[in-house]
Design a protein around this ligand. Structure first.
Ligand SMILES: *Cc1c(COP(=O)(O)O)cnc(C)c1O
Length: 344
């Protein structure tokens, strides 16, 4: 990422961009190009709303955590007719509820956060996509999925599950610095964008497509990040994508088991846990803001005391990127020490 920066239309740069494609596509389970967008995840999340909902049509936002709740809020800010399909934080969206909502009225777009980073819940994406194909008025209802915390951490099959958008910021499971999003969209989504007026330029899916097929970006991208991404895709290839999934699963279950032994429990029900992090509820009335502060002062660890409405009620331990169970041990050890000093 520190090397000299070439022009973004140069052959040298387009070759680096092209080299990332096979792994990026494989991680999403698609043969479509994977766009690189210079923004954080929210840039592309908003772009889905602006590209895929026709005037006079509606969007259904599946809400079960901080990020999915906000996607609904952003839809409203864009002036869209938006309905929230809500379940309590910590619960997954169920196929039954989605089916009911789709039978009640027509939606141009459904938004879903695959892995809710705020609660550690993994939504049953394949089943939900199936419901949309059965009840979403054939090819009319599109499905846009935020895979920010699951991309590269868990298997994804965009094409065979029939998902229309998958997007992920680089700073989560890919563990690169922030500032870029990888995003694939289906042919159907591309067609839809063509029917939506006033898409602007910088976030226009048709512009992304036009450039991506030439291994280019619509304007000057975050070039050092693309070099970082090329490094990461090479590393993923070397490790093996399936080995990477297994390592994330092993790390996650390692922490889940540690938690069980020490009186903490996962916020997500079993079978619906994200493999790239643990969202853990403390044994009793521990305020996790205090716990995390003590962990920082006494042991120099910085961990998260819960996000949004759950601040102070849980901790979140990530095992994104290239972490191994051995690297988690010193943290878990110090958390045990802290619990001995200040028992619940
Ligand atoms: C972090 C996160 C986002 C927002 O990401 P930015 O890169 O800050 O825009 C969206 N969705 C999920 C699931 C996240 O974890």
């Amino acid at each position: 990422m520190l090397q000299d920066i070439p022009g973004h239309r140069s052959k040298a740069f387009t070759e680096v961009l092209a080299a990332t494609q096979p792994v990026l596509r494989q991680l999403a389970g698609t043969t479509r190009p994977v766009y690189l967008a210079t923004c954080s995840s929210w840039g592309m999340m908003e772009a889905c709303l602006r590209n895929l909902v026709r005037p006079g049509h509606a969007v259904l936002n599946c809400c079960n955590g901080a990020f999915s709740d906000r996607w609904h809020e952003v839809a409203r800010r864009c002036g869209l007719y938006a309905t929230a399909l809500r379940v309590p934080w910590g619960q997954p969206i169920t196929p039954g509820l989605l089916e009911e909502a789709l039978k009640a009225r027509h939606y141009d777009l459904v938004t879903l956060v695959h892995a809710e980073t705020s609660t550690g819940v993994l939504n049953p994406l394949q089943e939900l996509a199936e419901v949309i194909h059965l009840h979403g008025q054939a090819s009319e209802t599109l499905l846009a999925v935020d895979v920010v915390s699951s991309y590269s951490a868990t298997p994804l099959a965009m094409d065979s599950w029939g998902v229309d958008v998958m997007l992920a910021g680089t700073q989560k499971a890919l563990a690169l610095p922030p500032g870029m999003v990888v995003c694939a969209i289906s042919e159907r989504a591309l067609e839809r964008a063509g029917q939506v007026p006033y898409r602007g330029f910088y976030m226009d899916f048709l512009e992304y497509e036009k450039n991506a097929i030439r291994d280019m970006t619509i304007s000057t991208p975050a070039i050092p990040l693309v070099y970082g991404l090329a490094h990461r895709t090479t590393e993923i290839q070397r490790e093996g994508i399936e080995n990477r999934w297994l390592r994330h699963r092993a790390c996650r279950t390692y922490v889940t088991q540690w938690a069980k032994k020490h009186g903490w429990h996962s916020a997500a029900p079993s079978g619906f846990q994200v493999d790239s992090l643990n969202c853990l509820i403390p044994p009793s009335a521990i305020n996790t803001v205090d716990f995390v502060e003590q962990l920082k002062q006494q042991f120099a660890w910085i961990i998260d005391p819960g996000y949004g409405a759950w601040k102070g009620k849980c901790i979140r331990l990530s095992n994104m990127g290239i972490l191994t169970t051995q690297e988690l041990d010193p943290l878990l050890h110090d958390m045990e020490q802290l619990m001995k000093i200040t028992p619940a």
